[in-house]
Design a protein around this ligand. Structure first.
Ligand SMILES: CC(C)(COP(=O)(O)OP(=O)(O)OC[C@H]1O[C@@H](n2cnc3c(N)ncnc32)[C@H](O)[C@@H]1OP(=O)(O)O)[C@@H](O)C(=O)NCCC(=O)NCCS
Length: 179
């Protein structure tokens, strides 16, 4: 596969992000915060909010484009956290289109969002994901530490309960500047 292009999302990515979320939830049946049936309108409302938060600097939204400039992946870094957690960020909403999986795109998105966290001076990252999912293997493979499982934490798109595994990762703090 030609290397995907990874960059920050812009408002022009809205339609591609909606298509991706519908594929992940309706075709793939993944638990990423939404129930089925997921309407285009509901998906667009979510992405508009995320893009606006990105424009305000409260989160970073990355997108991945394939060689035909189709939007095939996304991930977010949530920076807007309580005042006493200025060193922390959450990784959220990692998604790769069903036709683009198992080629290393998830790993590339994860590396890119960790780089965004480093650049933002964040040294403790946290996320949760469905227990036993491909995403759980992805994070474990890339140095994330499993904290534990919360049973019945969320739901599958069809409403069945699902367990979530919580992870954290420490990033090296930037070296103190020399005087
Ligand atoms: C989790 C998810 C983002 C992974 O995306 P991906 O692009 O398939 O991730 P990768 O390609 O980096 O890794 C996936 C698998 O492909 C394998 N792989 C990577 N490159 C490969 C290649 N060139 N050839 C063959 N296999 C490859 C990896 O080893 C991994 O194997 P595993 O499933 O046995 O652990 C994707 O499955 C997804 O969007 N799931 C639905 C949404 C979701 O659950 N998101 C998580 C929210 S927390």
């Amino acid at each position: 596969m030609t290397s995907p292009t990874l960059r920050r999302a812009t408002p022009d990515d809205l339609d591609g992000l909606v298509d991706l979320l519908l594929d992940v939830v309706e075709t793939g049946g993944a638990s990423v915060g939404f129930l089925s049936p997921l309407s285009r309108e509901r998906a667009a409302r979510f992405w508009r909010g995320a893009l606006e938060a990105g424009a305000r600097g409260e989160r970073v939204v990355l997108v991945a484009l394939d060689a035909d400039a189709r939007l095939v992946g996304t991930v977010q870094l949530v920076l807007d956290l309580p005042d006493n957690q200025p060193h922390r960020a959450d990784v959220a909403k990692m998604q790769v289109h069903s036709r683009a999986r198992q080629r290393g795109l998830g790993a590339a998105l994860l590396a890119a969002i960790e780089e965004e966290a480093r650049a933002a001076g964040r040294s403790v990252l946290v996320l949760d994901t469905v227990t036993g999912s491909p995403a759980e293997r992805l994070y474990a493979r890339h140095g994330w530490q499993r904290v534990g499982v919360i049973p019945d934490y969320a739901q599958w798109p069809d409403g069945r309960p699902c367990d979530s595994t919580f992870f954290y990762k420490r990033l090296p703090s930037p070296a103190p500047s020399r005087r």
